[in-house]
Design a protein around this ligand. Structure first.
Ligand code: FES
Length: 304
């Protein structure tokens, strides 16, 4: 696995774990809030916020006056005169611990110090998930369009040693058998003895070999080799090309595309990052067809 793929996998795992962690924390918080018998108003508030919160310091709680009835009287014969005095008794000191200070200090608590509400938490979790998703999509898009520097289609593909490639392409019977290189999506074929002017200045041939892109230039079907006719014939709409990829018939607008090739340290290298396009060949440099077609009619100049 390439470094780029590892980075993508790592970012994806990080985003997924982050989202799962966020939702787990939120779920636990909501559970603990609902199950708590006593609501703690300071639950979830950070220690810094509690330290800064002086709202209860300096608050004096006035005692509630309790009415009392005092009975005084003196006996006068058969009657007893009763005087009732209604007053306010001094309440007993409350056992509630209230700190009373001389001066009051009001401290305004900012939203940040007051902690994160559940709504804020969910909003932030959603934002993190959304932007992580966007980031992953962006990285994937970049990786898709970024030219590969090593390995895979889009990079330089080693098709094998030059001797091996030649022995596979040129058969003992004299016919040719294109060597298909799956990683390069290319057929290695013998190059024409005299290269067309269309390729002037372009390295599409080396040591008598060239590499054709397997994709039909009409609508992109893979074009198979037809041994009897010694050409490439597209089964989708009938485009036909000779053994070196020159257009012969069908709706294809041009020759098969080619790759830049070179021999490096005795190896046949196909540069799949460099695709060479050419218009229909004015004249075929290799005869076609040399036998029956694999898909039917073989007449030239068949237009779509
Ligand atoms: Fe090959 Fe249409 S895709 S002829």
């Amino acid at each position: 696995m390439s470094f780029g793929n590892l980075v993508l996998v790592g970012v994806a795992l990080f985003a997924i774990l982050g989202a799962v962690g966020a939702f787990t924390i939120a779920f636990r918080r909501s559970q603990s809030d609902e199950s708590a018998d006593v609501v703690d108003p300071t639950a979830g508030v950070s220690s810094e916020t509690l330290k800064a919160d002086k709202s209860m310091v300096g608050v004096r709680v006035e005692p509630i006056p309790v009415p009392v009835i005092e009975e005084t009287g003196e006996e006068t014969g058969d009657e007893v005169e009763v005087e009732v005095e209604v007053g306010v008794a001094e309440p007993e000191p409350s056992p509630v611990a209230i700190q009373v200070v001389e001066t009051q200090r009001v401290v305004e608590v900012s939203p940040e110090e007051a902690g994160v509400t559940r709504r804020q938490f969910f909003n932030r979790a959603l934002n993190v998930t959304f932007f992580s998703f966007l980031g992953i999509m962006g990285i994937n898009s970049l990786a898709f369009f970024w030219p590969r520097l090593s390995g895979g289609f889009g990079s330089d593909i080693d098709a094998g040693s030059l001797a091996e490639v030649k022995s596979a392409v040129f058969t003992p019977t004299g016919s040719i058998l294109p060597l298909f290189i799956p990683e390069a999506k290319a057929y290695v074929v013998p190059a024409p003895t005299s290269l067309s002017d269309q390729y002037a200045g372009k390295q599409v041939e080396t040591d008598g070999l060239m590499a054709l892109f397997q994709r039909c230039v009409h609508l992109g079907c893979r074009v198979p080799w037809c041994a009897p006719s010694q050409g490439f014939e597209c089964p989708c709409h009938g485009s036909k090309y000779n053994s070196v990829g020159e257009y012969f018939a069908g709706p294809a607008p041009r020759n098969l595309d080619r790759f830049v090739v070179e021999v490096r340290d005795g190896r046949f290298i196909i540069k799949t990052g460099s695709v060479i396009q050419t218009s229909r060949a004015p004249a075929l440099s290799v005869n076609y067809p040399q036998g029956p077609s694999c898909i039917g009619a073989t007449s030239g100049d068949e237009e779509a």
